[in-house]
Design a protein around this ligand. Structure first.
Ligand code: FES
Length: 294
């Protein structure tokens, strides 16, 4: 991360335009009384926008006064976040991602292009059109290497396409944003590899799932009908055997077998509080104070 210093040459003063002042007051009003300092980032952002892409020191003081904050606290915010430029930038401000995925895909070669076409970092070209800065990941790693120019992303760059892009920007020509190789969003660079059936997108398969489910439900109904008939004919026999089964079950309910789990656990040395015969319920109860009913 680079050292962030205020520009050596600063304007005398800063004041929001009438429109921006109204906008700033609207931002401040969003926060409860005593929490106006929370508007510091949007106000710095608006000051940067008004001032051609960078935040001058008088704007930091003006915002501190508006928000009743110590100037040093606004300064801390402005110098911490790299989204705030502290010195003049070109009309087309290039932020070049140098983080690992972009570095692995050729960001260093793009930096060489910047040095060749623009100069060193933060240098503004003589015509005021271009300047650049290396930044950390801009979240478009799948289309690396990439740069952000003002508010637009340019992805899948090569040294050649990047140099051509800078030339077009400088010449005021229309440029294509996004992937420079024509890939759609972050699809595989060699073309799509899945969901290739065009029928998925022409509407012809809409509702196909319902037909399949209806057919499956009809098949299930037929199967259950044929299965139900033998079951009904067997019912008298089932009734006859039920009485016998009930009778067989009674002795087992009447007296627990010696090897029921609770009895077995006692034999295996579990403490009385673990339950079963001889458990908590069988422990001697404390005697009640005299005069109290049992
Ligand atoms: S590493 Fe370059 S965009 Fe994420």
């Amino acid at each position: 991360m680079s050292v962030r210093r205020l520009a050596e040459i600063q304007p005398e003063s800063f004041a929001f335009t009438q429109d921006n002042l109204q906008w700033a007051e609207g931002q401040i009003a969003k926060y409860p009384e005593g929490r106006q300092a929370s508007a510091v980032i949007p106000l710095l952002w608006k000051a940067q926008e008004q001032n051609g892409g960078w935040v001058p020191e008088p704007a930091i003081r003006a915002i501190a006064e508006m928000l009743a904050m110590p100037t040093i606290r606004v300064m801390e915010v402005a110098t911490f976040y790299t989204m705030f430029n502290l010195s003049p930038v070109g009309e087309h401000f290039v932020q070049l991602c140098g983080t690992t995925p972009c570095a692995l895909r050729g960001a260093n070669a793009l930096k060489d292009v910047c040095r060749k076409v623009i100069g060193e970092e933060r240098h503004v070209t003589g015509d005021g059109k271009l300047s650049w800065l290396e930044v950390e990941c801009l979240g478009a790693c799948s289309n690396a290497p990439m740069v952000q120019v003002n508010y637009d992303y340019f992805e899948d760059l090569t040294p050649e396409s990047f140099e051509a892009l800078l030339g077009d920007l400088r010449a005021g020509k229309a440029v294509k944003t996004g992937s420079q190789t024509g890939r759609s969003c972050s699809a595989p660079s060699g073309g799509d590899t899945s969901l290739l059936d065009e029928a998925l997108y022409d509407g012809s398969v809409v509702g196909a799932w319902r037909k399949r489910f209806d057919e499956q439900a009809a098949g299930d109904a037929t199967e259950s009908d044929s299965a139900a008939k033998p079951a009904q004919s067997a019912r008298p026999e089932a009734k006859a055997s039920k009485g016998k089964a009930d009778a067989d079950a009674k002795p087992a309910d009447a007296k627990p077998a010696d090897d029921r789990p609770s009895d077995r656990s006692r034999r295996e040395g579990q403490p009385a509080w673990a339950g079963g015969k001889g458990g908590v319920a069988d422990l001697p109860r404390p005697s009640k104070p005299s005069g109290e009913e049992a």
